[in-house]
Design a protein around this ligand. Structure first.
Ligand code: PEP
Ligand code: MG
Length: 566
């Protein structure tokens, strides 16, 4: 059987499927017959024991972060809590509810108490009760945990969707390819796959019903085909494709550390998009201009609390030191949309991508924003830090964030703490309203970076996460190139630095168009650097300008693709 999805990360793979689905467990609401209470109590006790052992095992696993260990210890304490145990016993013995139902009622009750607490620290603990309840319900039913951190053998990961929390500890050595039911080219699963160099096909309708764990699957990260239980001929074909592809990747690696120049010698600065504080550890940065996008969400998502000023400062300092004096563009918190935090309740909105996301959320919670700004400013003494604000939509937004930054500086001065004097201030251009005002924006900032992932979704009114509208989400559209061209001209006129840090910067063909539109700085996942440099080196600027002009004159994305076939 052949299924079709969107190829979002190149490469090929053949292997055994591992179907991953977050278990959503509900307790049946049935009363116990007389004489069944003892057995129900035993189900609870052995489920709890299994849950505690599971947490112990996870804690001991090599590579488990300290913050994750702390969460696991807190969950173990909840499981062992005497008051909870007593309440569950009462529900079973006196109210004659089955073990799962008793667990659910008691945990939900405690969770609600936490949610209603005045103290935000208690409110944050509600998520721990929910999480622990899920583990306990599963263990009471003897359902093993699906764990992506220790797959044990090479697999093709097949899932509904991959949430950032699923992938925090992904065993990437063993993931041959990723196939998901939802998600498009700029979803976080796609970004992760490209980052790790794992072939991926996303948005494959119904894939979870068509594939079972253990099935052989062949994945084509070039055209988006997924073959389920293919015959030997197809398997053989894909094994060969994989070998050739990996050989090509090996050969192209020589491009990674050479300066990036077009065929006639024009320089294009190539930067990295990173999303963790250890991403540069051990990286050879020769031929890399710096970090073009440090997504700081990782700090908030891999934690069970809002990271403190000290925690953040240490993480940012670590990146700046690893960058060895090269510029690092730190993007302030971009939470909301598809990125949520277990311990911090975001507003429930019908259109979260159009709602209180990123800078809007930070401006609504100035204490969170100020903490991050102070941490970034303090870290800036350790290297060359550029600060960038996401989801800027107006000139008022720019002025407001600059005032917030002033306030953070002022607090540090009052405290007598030092900070870097030359922190550059920039914005992401990802909302069309600010792109159209690029001439004015360029006067107010030191630099900007085009977030094409969001710019495309807002320009074309197509949710980047929704497979039903994936065909309307089109980064190859001439409308996108025209708008980027407009921003590029205005920033060039103003003499201000402009880059692109959305996924299109790491697509070798789109990188050609971007260079032709005047971009001289592109930031991408480390895995795409060699290909982009190699491709840019094949064309002189004059040819790239013609190509960009032609792309802007096309009537559709399809026509733009055809320019590359000529
Ligand atoms: C973008 O929108 O292009 C971008 C780089 O930000 P993110 O993908 O994190 O929204
Ligand atoms: Mg964005």
């Amino acid at each position: 059987m052949r299924l079709q999805g969107k190829a979002v990360s190149p490469g090929y793979a053949v292997g055994e499927a591992y179907c991953y689905e977050r278990a959503v467990l509900k307790a049946p609401q049935t009363y116990l017959e007389s004489g069944e209470a003892e057995a129900a109590w035993k189900i609870f006790l052995s489920g709890r024991q299994a849950a505690i052992q599971e947490l112990e095992r996870l804690k001991e696993q090599p590579g488990t972060a300290e913050s994750a260990k702390r969460v696991m210890a807190a969950h173990t304490d909840i499981l062992k809590d005497r008051a909870l145990e007593k309440a569950i016993r009462k529900r079973i013995e006196q109210e004659r509810r089955n073990a799962l139902w008793a667990v659910e009622l008691v945990y939900d009750h405690y969770k609600q108490i936490m949610e209603n607490a005045k103290d935000p620290l208690f409110r944050e603990r509600a998520a721990d009760f929910e999480d622990t309840k899920g583990r306990l319900l599963r263990c009471c039913q003897g359902i093993p945990e699906q764990d992506l951190s220790a797959l044990g053998k090479p697999v093709i990961l097949v899932c509904g969707d991959l949430m950032p929390s699923d992938t925090a500890n992904l065993d990437r050595e063993h993931v041959l390819a990723i196939v998901t039911q939802v998600g498009g080219e700029t979803s976080h699963s796609a970004i992760l796959a490209r980052n790790y160099g794992i072939p991926a096909v996303l948005g494959v309708p119904d894939v979870m019903r068509q594939v079972c764990s253990g099935d052989t699957v062949a994945v084509d990260g070039a055209d988006g085909s997924v073959f389920v239980r293919p015959d030997e001929q197809i398997c053989q074909n894909y094994r060969q494709k994989r070998e050739r592809y990996l050989e090509q990747v090996k050969q192209d690696a020589v491009w990674k550390h050479v300066p990036c120049r077009t065929a006639d010698g024009a320089e294009v600065e190539i930067c990295l998009n990173i999303a963790s504080d250890d991403a540069l550890d051990g990286e050879n940065l020769e031929g890399i201009h710096g970090v073009g996008l440090l997504r700081t969400e990782f700090l908030y998502m891999h934690s069970d609390h809002l990271p403190t000023e000290e925690e953040q400062m240490r993480a940012y300092q670590h990146v700046l030191q690893a960058a060895k004096g090269k510029p690092v563009i730190l993007r302030t918190l971009d939470i909301g949309g598809d990125k949520t935090l277990d311990y911090f309740e975001l507003p429930r909105e019908n259109n979260p991508f159009l709602g209180e996301r990123a800078i809007r959320l930070c401006l609504h919670h100035p204490e969170i924003f100020q903490t991050q700004l102070r941490a970034a400013l303090r870290a800036s003494v350790s290297g060359e830090l550029w600060l960038m604000f996401p989801m800027i939509g107006s000139m008022e937004d720019i002025r407001t964030v600059k005032k917030q930054l002033e306030q953070a500086r002022h607090t540090l001065e009052e405290r007598g703490q030092s900070y870097g004097a030359n922190v550059k201030v920039g914005i992401m251009i990802e909302i069309p309203s600010i792109a159209i005002l690029a001439d004015q924006a360029a006067q107010e900032v030191d630099f900007a970076s085009i977030g094409s992932n969001d710019l495309v979704q807002y320009l074309e009114a197509a949710d980047r996460m929704n497979p039903a509208v994936a065909r309307y989400y089109e980064s190859w559209s001439p409308a996108v190139y025209r708008l980027i061209g407009l921003v590029s001209r205005e920033f060039e006129k103003a003499g201000k630095v402009l880059s692109v840090c959305g996924e299109m910067a790491g697509d070798p063909e789109q990188a050609l168009i971007l260079a032709g539109l005047g971009l001289r700085k592109l930031s991408m996942n480390p895995g795409m650097v060699s290909q982009v440099k190699k491709t840019l080196a094949q064309y002189p600027l004059s040819r790239l300008r013609e190509l960009a002009q032609a792309a802007c004159q096309c009537g559709s994305a399809e026509e733009v693709h055809q320019l590359f076939q000529a």
